[in-house]
Every structure is written in C-alpha cells, then in structure tokens.
Design a protein around this ligand. Sequence first.
Ligand SMILES: Cc1ncc(COP(=O)(O)O)c(C=O)c1O
Length: 390
Amino acid sequence: MKKLNIPFHKPFITDDEIKEVVDTIKSGWWTTGPKAQQFEMEFNSYIGSKRSVVVNSWTAAAHLSLEAIGIKEGDEVIVPSITFTASAEIVCYFKAIPVIVDVDPVTLNISPSEIEKAVTKKTRAIIPVHYGGMPCDMDEIMEIAKKSSANGGLKVIEDAAHALPAYYKDKMIGRISDVTCFSFYVTKTLATGEGGMICTDDEEIADRCKVMRLHGISHDPWNRYTDEGSWYYEVISAGYKYNFTDIQAALGIAQLKKLDAMLEMRKAIAAKYDEAFKSCGLLEIPTRLNDRESAYHLYPIRLNLEKLKINRSQFINEIKNAGIGSSVHFIPLYRHPFYKNNFNPEIKNYPVSENEYPRLVSLPIFPGMTDEQIDYLSDRVLSILKSSEK
Ligand SMILES: Cc1ncc(COP(=O)(O)O)c(C=O)c1O
C-alpha cells in the first residue's frame, strides 16, 4: 500500500469561503460590522435560540457568560475532568473554584451522579462538556440544577465547543440549558480561525454579554438621547475586547451554509471506521446512543492496552511514522500542575478518567477525507495493532 500523509485536521474550505473573505476585504470593513451581525443572526436562526452573541473564542464566550450570571470569588463551578483547560480556567478568572468531577465510562461526558455528590451551598454553575460532540445527559443535569436552585440559583452553561450541530432527545444543543457556548476555532466543525458564540433565551444574560464583549460600552444612550447622534456612547463597566471581526464572519457565513453537509461527511467517515474496527478486539470504538446524535467532531478510540505490547505513545509514534496525524483528548485537568497545585484534587476521585485517559487516541475525522485516506488509515491502524498483540 502506498504511504499517504493524513493530517489530524484540515479545514474544509471551498471557493464560497474565499469569495466571502475577498468581498469583505475589498469592502474595507474588516472589524465587527455588517457581516458579524449577519453571521450572528443566521447562527441564531440555525440554533433556534432567542439570542446569540458572537465573540472571538469559546473562552471569551464562557468568560462573559460566567460574568453575566454573577460568578464571584469563592463560588464553586462544577466541570468534568476530561476536557480542555479552557472549560475550567474561565472559572479561575473570577478567583472562583473549578470543582473537577469524574466522567461517565461510556461517553466520557461529565457523570451526573458525580455532579450530585459535588454540589455544595457554594455551587453556582455546572459546565457540562459534550465530549467529542456526543451530548451529555442533559435531562439529569438540568434536574440536578433545578433541585439545587435553593442555592440562590445554579446555572448550567454548556461547553458545546465540540457539539455543533448535535441533538439530545431531538432537541438541538443550544436549546436546552441557560447558556450554551460554541467554538469556531480552526479545528472545530464550523471554523473561522478563532471565534465563539453565546446562545441563550435569557435576555439579561445576552444584553450583559453584548455590552461586555466590547469595552463595556452601552449603546442604549442612543435611544435615550437621540439628539446626540450616533457618535454617542457610554461606558458602563470595565469590559473586554472580545469582538468578532467581519473577516472571521465571512468564513462563518460560508461555513454555516454547509454545516449539515459537513456533519454528514464526518458521520460517513465514522461509519467507515466503525465498520473497519468493530470486530478488532485490540481497540474500542466510540459508543453511539439512541437518544442523542453526536456532531462527530472527534473519533476517539480506546486501545485495549492489556492485550498489547505497546503503550499509547508508542502507538501514536507508529501511526505517525505511517504518515497519520492523531491527538489525545484530553489530559485530565487534575493531572496538570496548575490544577494540582491550586486545588489539590485527589487521584482516587477519578477512577474512570485514570482508566480511560492512558488508552485514548483521537483519529483524523474531517470533511474532505477521501475513501483512499480512510481505507489507508484503517488498514495501518489495524496492522500496527495486530503486529503489537501480546
Ligand atoms: C472542550 C473545549 N472547550 C473549550 C475550548 C476552547 O475553545 P476556544 O479555542 O474557541 O476558546 C476547546 C478548544 O479546543 C475545547 O476543546
């Protein structure tokens, strides 16, 4: 078999994106303007949310969401162990405490029973992460939040960085909890290089995020003092510079049109991998659940290390030598020096993460992968594993 080079990810770009970006550059309006507004509106109707607020990353989106719900120093926010640091670092911006809980062994999503054990009088929010695009147990999570509302309000802010588009019991992710934050980072299912969106039905949260995304500037005075003209604004808070540019929005507008088609492409790749790998006892494929539909953002396999002579790093090196890119999602938060040193997490509280993390490997799954690439990758993975069997 001829050696191929398959990157871990490649954005799916066609002439549509290029045309939109060139038009925007030629228009002379590069920063936040009509295209950012158009993208925000089109995204809002795609999700079916009451309000959407576009910003320059998921991290900015979630930071503003926590600010809008009033997170304060000493508050506790529950996050899963297997996620990217952004899901928890935003809590630290407020000197609040990220309470890291273990995940479910099937989905690697935050475990509702672990959330329940972790809720205290100081808990103000839960940040469920839809790992790889597979929705969390949202009914159970919303129920826990409701039961705990005697706390003075426990909000659910979904980390949907991987979950565009994804469905839980026929409800689209973005329509379920208090706030949902999406990412448009280059590897994500809708890519604008960097970018993020806040979706909520809560007008107050949306209004606050809108003001804080650009220096705490309120345009309300325009309505009050019409004689001042459109140049007048008031700064009502120390806000941030989190705005999304029209050049990024140009990419977003073009990508949104093909979001469903790109999902179908990733789904077809996953089905081919499932078929190729399902009867190999040396790895496990991602589990599909009947009551939810993944966005297929990642294809994480789990190696059956007890049957192999090689470990995960050796496997990654071997597929790399065969020209195949891969990644690991994620090093559990409690293993990183920052979380270890500041929050003293105890390893014994994370039996699932400790068991699953050492055997996780994410394989390439991006629209535009050819059948030749998928077949080559499946063949190489299987033959490397078979030749490494104990
Ligand atoms: C689960 C998860 N949450 C949050 C983020 C942060 O997204 P952004 O880079 O848009 O801030 C990422 C990015 O990789 C992620 O994987």
